[in-house]
Write a protein that binds this ligand. Structure first.
Ligand code: NBP
Length: 476
């Protein structure tokens, strides 16, 4: 029993996480259902540190120091349960089982309950950064008990990404909190990608610019407020030329976006919580629309467009407008995602520190970005901030771009460029800042057809109007 940490599940992610632990000086117990993968890790990377390879789960468990710390990195769903079921009978009180796969948070809550009943710690941990992050430093979002974090935390922090020397890993909250936050992270990633794609489409159609030229614009943007991993790789992708055809790579890729499900989970949960996350939802639906082949075939060339051609006299001004609209829409998507975290935290008693979440997303993960610092600062100013958009920094940063945002969304509508995320984000912005909303009319309609009652602006109470009678008002 000499290994300090164990990893079971040695496909791309687990293999790289195990190497990351070893490179940080930890003795790593390794195991995989199919032993060949364990063997190949030792053969290919055994010189990077100390690995203790086991063929059986029993030997794997026996090779770990107590309390054991075992990271499961297998396919989410049934395989994760199968591995837990195999491990649990071999473990002893106080041992820590970490699920670092992409579990859906209700599964994590269920597993945490089951293992807690057996005296074990179950830590559902979000891990973001893909293959490269797992090896070089991911962003890590561990849930579970605070007690488990005392011994596990330092090891996870050691292998996580660092920004200004600060680890991109912190304790998130009980049971499913870590996987919940990872889910919202992925939802925000969907929104971020969709917004970037809309900005690209606007520049392409508006300016008639080439993919490579637009790649250059993104490279320029990456030196300012928008600096982020996703903007950086967009610049790179757009400048990439397809070897087979000599065309821009983006022009030979089929325009049907796929998804693995975390965006959908995020939206489903937001509907349950009643939190509007329109940016993430539109991004998720936009992927679905792109993949709706029969619908697109039925509509293409059939639905009248009635657009006016773009007439952009000042290219630089248009590019700046799109940049400002992108930034503003991005802030909306994050503001909505943080609202969702706050609502779930409240509902589940997770006590999630939103500023800390922004801090651990600054490095390692797919949505890493300069402006996450601004989010952390906003929550440092007010930990209970009811709306990120209303923080003084974002009020002025977005405020500076509102006119541009309106021009871009109006232009997109006039010229027939689909910008669901830009448009819905602006609609959310106008909705949330409105003095009065037409929701009053909705309430009146509900009372009319269903006696659903309403409240009044001028006095307390709940009322119903006798719509089909003498239209007098009653206390309800
Ligand atoms: P996969 O998701 O492709 O899973 C393959 C691993 O699961 C192999 O080790 C395989 O063993 C094992 N496995 C399966 Br499948 N069924 C099993 C069972 N019944 N019992 C035991 N082991 C079983 O691996 P991955 O792509 O490395 O991803 C691992 C996890 O990380 C997933 O949950 C995934 O969603 C998540 N992920 C995260 C990111 C990120 O950026 N955070 C990126 C990619 C993936 P075998 O070798 O014997 O078949």
């Amino acid at each position: 029993a000499s290994a300090q940490i164990g990893v079971t599940g040695l496909a791309v992610m687990g293999r790289n996480l195990a190497r990351n632990f070893a490179r940080h000086g930890y003795t790593v117990a390794i195991h995989n259902r199919t032993f060949a993968k364990t063997q190949s890790l030792v053969d290919d990377h055994g010189d990077e540190g100390t690995f203790v390879a086991s063929e059986s789960v029993e030997d794997f468990v026996a090779s770990l120091e107590r309390p054991r710390k075992i990271v499961i990195m297998v396919k989410a769903g049934g395989p994760t349960d199968a591995v837990i079921d195999e491990l649990v009978p071999l473990l002893e009180e106080g041992d820590i089982v970490v699920d670092a796969g992409n579990a859906h948070f209700p599964d994590t809550i269920r597993r945490e309950n089951a293992l807690r009943a057996r005296g074990l710690h179950f830590v559902g941990s979000g891990v973001s950064g893909g293959e490269e992050g797992a090896l070089l430093g991911p962003s890590i979002m561990p849930g579970g008990t605070r007690e488990s974090y005392e011994s596990l935390g330092p090891i996870l922090e050691a292998i996580s990404a660092k920004v200004d020397g600060v680890p991109c890993c912190t304790y998130v909250g009980p049971d499913g909190a870590g996987h919940f936050v990872k889910m919202v992270h992925n939802g925000i990633e969907y929104a971020d990608m969709q917004l970037i794609a809309e900005a690209y489409d606007l520049l392409r159609q508006g300016l008639g610019a080439s993919a490579a030229e637009i790649g250059q614009i993104f490279a320029d943007w990456n030196t300012g407020d928008l600096e982020s991993f996703l903007i950086e790789i967009t610049a790179d992708v757009l400048q990439h030329v397809d070897a087979a055809t000599g065309s821009a790579f983006v022009d030979v890729v089929l325009d049907q976006a796929e998804q693995k499900g975390t965006g959908r989970w995020t939206v489903q949960n937001a509907l349950d919580l009643g939190v509007p996350i329109t940016g993430i939802a539109e991004a998720t639906f936009a992927r679905a629309l792109s993949g709706g082949v029969p619908q697109r075939e039925a509509a293409r060339g059939t639905l009248p467009a009635d657009t006016t051609p773009w007439d952009i006299s000042d290219r630089d001004a248009f590019i700046e407008d799109v940049r400002l609209a992108l930034y503003a829409s991005k802030v909306v998507a994050y503001s909505q995602g943080f609202d969702q975290i706050a609502a779930a935290s409240e509902q589940n008693g997770w006590d999630i520190d939103r500023g800390a979440m922004a801090r651990i997303w600054r490095g390692g993960c797919i949505i890493r970005a300069r402006f996450l610092n601004r989010i952390t600062e906003a929550y440092e100013r007010d930990a209970n901030l009811p709306l990120l958009l209303a923080d003084e920094y974002f009020t002025s940063a977005v405020g500076n771009g509102v006119a541009a945002w309106r021009r871009v969304v109006a232009g997109a509508a006039l010229h027939g460029v689909p910008t669901p995320a830009f448009s819905s984000s602006l609609a959310y912005y106008d909705g949330v800042r409105a003095e009065r909303l037409p929701a009053a009319l909705i309430q009146a309609q509900r009372d009319f057809f269903g006696a659903h009652t309403y409240r009044r602006t001028d006095r307390e109470g709940t009322f119903h109007t006798l719509w089909s009678g003498d239209r007098s008002e009653q206390d309800a």
